[in-house]
Design a protein around this ligand. Structure first.
Ligand code: AMP
Length: 208
């Protein structure tokens, strides 16, 4: 597949977990706007400082900031054969901006009910050394990494509810937008990590 692949779905759907597998499968670099923003926050850059307030509140960072970030990232040499986008686009203007600088070949929509999301997110932990994502009950970490795991600041119940509202109001309409272009592939995300991964692999091999 020559273009970019978009991973689409609500927060906690498993986009990051599955992105690790798809990037190995396709060789496309994994581009996560959430990770880029968290790196900017950690570096204390002007952009990070501006983004942090929105992220902590569970709101979307304004399109102007995000579009600039992604357009710059897609100019890097490693993006010339397409990338794996995780967490972008999240609004119609972001999708329009993307279509001007990249070819989107497939949009994988991981569908998970709202009820399951809060439970998933509140138990989610990240490995700051490898980027690995675990869940205290559903995907427990091996003992050697459990001591260094962190919880994202925005992975608390109140913020998750705001992130879900932002998703339903601003991001979900994009599914229809991509469906009309014949690019949307829906995957049932209410299944084990392996089952979801296999369904994505099958869908992508069919789309090749
Ligand atoms: P994520 O790691 O994808 O869940 O993103 C964490 C937070 O970063 C989101 O709740 C937003 O505040 C912000 N963010 C990440 N990607 C985007 C985007 N494409 N548009 C707007 N805000 C974003």
């Amino acid at each position: 597949m020559s273009g970019s692949i978009v991973l689409f779905g609500p927060p906690g759907a498993g986009k990051g977990t599955q992105a690790g597998r798809i990037t190995v499968l396709t060789g496309k670099p994994w581009v996560s706007t959430g990770d880029m923003l968290r790196a900017a926050v950690a570096a204390g850059s002007e952009l990070g400082t501006e983004a942090k307030g929105y992220m902590d509140a569970g709101l979307l960072v304004p399109d102007g900031i995000i579009i600039g970030l992604i357009v710059e990232r897609l100019q890097h040499d490693d993006a010339s054969s397409g990338v794996l986008l995780d967490g972008y686009p999240r609004t119609i203007p972001q999708a329009e901006a993307l279509s001007e600088v990249a070819v989107v070949s497939a949009v994988i929509s991981i569908e998970v009910s709202d009820d399951a999301i809060v439970e998933r997110i509140v138990g989610r932990r990240m490995d700051p050394e490898t980027g690995g994502i675990y869940h205290v009950s559903f995907n427990p970490p091996p003992p050697e990494v459990s001591g260094r795991l962190i919880q994202r600041e925005d992975d608390n119940e109140q913020t998750v509810r705001n992130r879900l509202s932002a998703y339903h109001e601003q991001t979900a309409p994009l599914a229809e937008w991509y469906a009309q272009m014949g690019l949307l592939i829906s995957i049932n995300g209410n299944a084990s990590i392996d089952e979801v991964g296999m369904a994505i692999e099958e869908a992508l091999s069919g789309a090749l």
